[in-house]
Design a binder for this molecule. Structure first.
Ligand SMILES: Nc1ncnc2c1ncn2[C@@H]1O[C@H](COP(=O)(O)OP(=O)(O)OP(=O)(O)O)[C@@H](O)[C@H]1O
Ligand SMILES: [Mg+2]
Length: 504
């Protein structure tokens, strides 16, 4: 606990040693809250930022809350104690949260009824405006001690205010994007700061409540499945079944019985009637993932269900009606597949009622840092590891990379880096895959390239992508690229590529 001026000076000395330029701002704030928590015994320290345009607040940094709890820390201006402090600019002491009806326990991080916890909250102000609130819990104690705490928190608020004010001006736009999904729109799993993706979110928000068929398209790893989940969670069918079908994984001979069910005796082994996915999903939502991998014969069967909303079980004559909403996703170019007669045109149009196109990560680089932090936090929490930091040079490499595998590739790279950085607790460039670092070292691009240079670059990229995909297996890559092992070896030598660098 803080004893006196000496302690307070010590804490502030420590706070000034945290270099805000070395890490993302929210991490910097969390590092400060950690110092405060560790030296004062205050618990669940939370900094909530006000987004003036929306009159909403959300936690931007905390100490002592996990990411799920932190995600729940959202308040309207004036709502709960935090909202009131923000609205009035006046600090509040709640001696016992169990006796305070205004205390919402929004994060659900305390057992409100049986607790013996005090809650303190102060405004963080500059230029006469409240930008944020700083709050903390203290195991219940006398009012004198709580008054000392609140004075100390106010001091901290003065210290944080100028830092927050400059960030606030910069991030106001971003915060709007993160919080303004609308009151009834749950989006906790979806992270984006990008305008392009923001437009996608707007579409999702609009279409979710309707029964409209949605076709989600975009490169692999761009979040199509996350979006399908969002649509379902925000639809009126959210309490009804949500069945995911991976069209690529269904064996041709089983697909019909899987989708439509079968009658007893329909085939050897069919000992009793079995309901298929469409019947099981009646009144719910079916997510047809990897749609582009569905065989033509299955496409024909699917078309019938979509058109007539009815089908027969395999081996049966009874017509079964199914009221299902369809969400489909694919990373394939369906127009090209239609042109090549690999995808039915009628089905394509039937499904393309409301297409949604996800945005590749390389076209929304502003999402990289927030995603990295989200992944670091999640991985560390899942593995009960202290949150690790990431160095500016590592961030720089991540920002320069082209991310052909999109968010999934980023998540994998971050997970690997968290594991490799071990007790060092800081992710450095050495913890990133070598292909990523090396690739960037050669990013000084010439504006004008000769045809040969362009072709070489393309060849090198294709080989790199393939080696990434096969995790450095040269034979598999040679087969994938349609060249011999020997030629691949020669090309790799030419481009300075080493298969070992891809064995992540
Ligand atoms: N905006 C996002 N916020 C947080 N996590 C995301 C986001 N987008 C994608 N992810 C994560 O990235 C990974 C890939 O996402 P997802 O499976 O939805 O991609 P996809 O587009 O369906 O890929 P594929 O075409 O290969 O099936 C998942 O782990 C997902 O949780
Ligand atoms: Mg997917």
């Amino acid at each position: 606990m803080v004893q006196g001026l000496e302690d307070i000076t010590g804490i502030f000395q420590k706070l000034t040693q945290v270099n805000e330029n070395e890490m993302p701002f929210s991490e910097y704030l969390s590092a400060m809250l950690e110092i405060i928590g560790k030296h004062t015994g205050l618990e669940r320290l939370t900094l909530c930022l006000l987004d003036t345009s929306l009159e909403n607040m959300h936690a931007i940094a905390c100490y002592g809350l996990n990411s799920c709890e932190m995600e729940k820390a959202k308040y309207k201006l004036g709502e709960g104690i935090t909202g009131k402090v923000c609205l009035t600019g006046q600090p509040v002491i709640v001696q016992n949260i169990a006796d305070e009806p205004c205390f919402l326990n929004r994060t659900q991080s305390r057992n409100k009824e049986n607790s013996d916890i005090s809650f303190l909250c102060v405004p963080v102000m500059s230029d006469g405006k409240v930008h944020a609130t700083l709050s903390a819990d203290r195991e219940r104690c006398g009012i004198e001690k709580l008054r000392e705490d609140i004075s100390f928190l106010q001091l901290l608020a003065y210290f944080l205010a100028p830092r927050l004010a400059s960030y606030y001006a910069f991030s106001e736009k971003c915060c709007t994007k993160l919080t303004d999904f609308g009151e009834n729109f749950s989006s906790s799993s979806f992270i984006t700061y990008s305008d392009k993706m923001r437009a996608v979110i707007d579409d999702i928000q609009k279409v979710a409540p309707f029964n409209t068929t949605v076709l989600i398209r975009g490169e692999s790893g761009t979040g199509k499945e996350v979006i399908a989940n969002l649509i379902y969670q925000n639809s009126s069918r959210r309490d009804k079944p949500f069945i995911k079908i991976n069209c690529a994984a269904l064996p041709e001979n089983l697909i019909e019985s899987e989708l439509f069910g079968y009658e007893k005796g329909a085939f050897t082994g069919a000992e009793q009637r079995h309901k298929g996915k469409f019947e099981l999903c009646h009144t719910g939502t079916i997510f047809l993932d990897e749609l582009g991998d569905m065989s033509l014969s299955t496409q024909a069967k699917l078309l019938r269900v979509l058109q007539e909303k009815q089908f027969e079980r395999v081996g049966g004559t009874e017509t079964v009606h199914a009221d299902v909403r369809i969400i489909a996703a694919t990373n394939k170019n369906l127009e090209e597949m239609v042109a090549a007669s690999k995808f039915r045109e009628d089905l394509f149009y039937r499904l393309s009622v409301f297409p949604i196109f996800t945005v590749p990560l390389r076209e929304r680089k502003e999402d990289i840092i927030p995603l990295v932090h989200c992944f670091i936090r999640r991985i560390c929490e899942e593995n009960k590891k202290n949150i690790v930091k990431i160095s500016p040079s590592a961030i720089e490499k991540l920002m320069q990379y082209q991310w052909t595998g999109n968010v999934r590739e980023l998540a994998n790279v971050v997970e690997r880096a968290v594991v490799l950085c071990g007790e060092k607790a800081v992710i450095e460039t050495e913890h990133l895959p070598r292909f990523l670092v090396e690739n960037n070292e050669q990013t000084v691009q010439k504006i004008h390239k000769t045809l040969d240079e362009s072709l070489e670059e393309m060849e090198k990229n294709m080989i790199t992508e393939s080696l990434k995909h096969t995790k450095g297996n040269m034979s598999k890559s040679a087969a994938e690229l349609g060249i011999t092992d020997r030629i691949l070896g020669l090309r790799m030598k030419k481009y300075g590529l080493d298969y070992k660098n891809f064995r992540i």
